[in-house]
Ligand binder design. Structure first.
Ligand SMILES: [Zn+2]
Length: 278
């Protein structure tokens, strides 16, 4: 990409560092187009827990063509399929699941660290408590929070036991040294603090597929189903990695989340309740 264009995109927050592309702008336009067709989805059956609108269904969201083979082969639960994008506020299924799981939490006086902050989760949280947002390359995220900080998840610039909650939703599959990032989350969490560390995962593979250090977008798309992912987690192996770092982990399966189906959460996605012990 032309350096001049890149610097303008960076300045305005439209440059997406992970993809080294205009993807943020394209996604934004795509979503605005979806919004024009909002009326077609209006009805009953589903409700968005971000904006409160009611629908017969939500927008489907499909992966890029290059990502499809790996996602299908390993049956990766990765945020694609039917009922994913809210036709009005454009929330995603993975945001709605996290918000649903946190809806009963009393955040008053709690300190939250939100890495690579997603727009709807951030909007939902920021009125409830003090939220620190951060990303490795914060430029893109200035659109979501002007105060976003620069932080590497494998070397967080925060003191031990600084936060009551850490939210890093669908982040670890991008990080080669994922165990180091887990250790960092553990370190900066207070005792009894909670971490939301959802990742795409497969239950059909025998073990996690990964290639730490890989920097080959085409290969990553073919192997892991997204050009900036470095692995596909096998669910139990992912849980074991978290436990090894010291967390307690309770897996809530999709079938146990029935009360949230009305929010059009991702089909088959379970939720991990992750906590630093007392
Ligand atoms: Zn909505």
């Amino acid at each position: 990409m032309h350096a001049g264009i890149k610097s303008v995109l960076k300045k305005w927050g439209f440059y997406h560092p992970l993809h080294n592309s205009y993807r943020a702008v394209i996604t934004l336009l795509k979503k605005q187009y979806l919004r024009l067709r909002y009326y077609k989805y209006s009805g009953s059956g589903y409700t968005c827990n971000c904006c409160g609108h009611l629908y017969t269904k939500m927008h489907a969201w499909q992966p890029a063509a290059a990502d499809t083979a790996a996602l299908q082969q390993y049956k990766v639960i990765a945020g694609y399929g039917e009922n994913i994008i809210c036709p009005w506020c454009l929330s995603t299924a993975r945001e709605r699941l996290v918000i649903a799981m946190m809806q009963g939490v009393d955040f008053a006086g709690k300190k939250v660290l939100h890495l690579s902050p997603e727009p709807k989760v951030h909007a939902w949280l920021k009125n409830k408590t003090s939220v620190t947002t951060a990303d490795l390359e914060p430029g893109f995220y200035k659109l979501i929070d002007a105060n976003v900080q620069a932080a590497d998840a494998t070397a967080l610039p925060y003191a031990a036991e600084s936060f009551d909650w850490i939210i890093a939703n669908h982040i670890l599959e991008h990080i080669s040294a994922d165990t180091v990032a887990m250790q960092e989350c553990y370190r900066v969490l207070k005792k009894e603090g909670h971490a939301v560390l959802q990742v795409p995962y497969s239950t059909t593979i025998a073990n996690t597929l990964e290639e730490p250090g890989i920097e080959d977008a085409a290969r990553q798309a073919a192997l892991f189903g997204q050009k900036d992912h470095v692995r596909i987690y096998q669910l139990q192996d992912y849980i074991n990695r978290l436990i090894k770092v010291g967390f307690t982990v309770q897996f809530i399966s999709y079938s146990q989340l029935q009360q949230f189906y009305k929010y059009a959460i991702q089909q088959d996605e379970g939720f991990l309740i992750i906590q630093k012990p007392a």
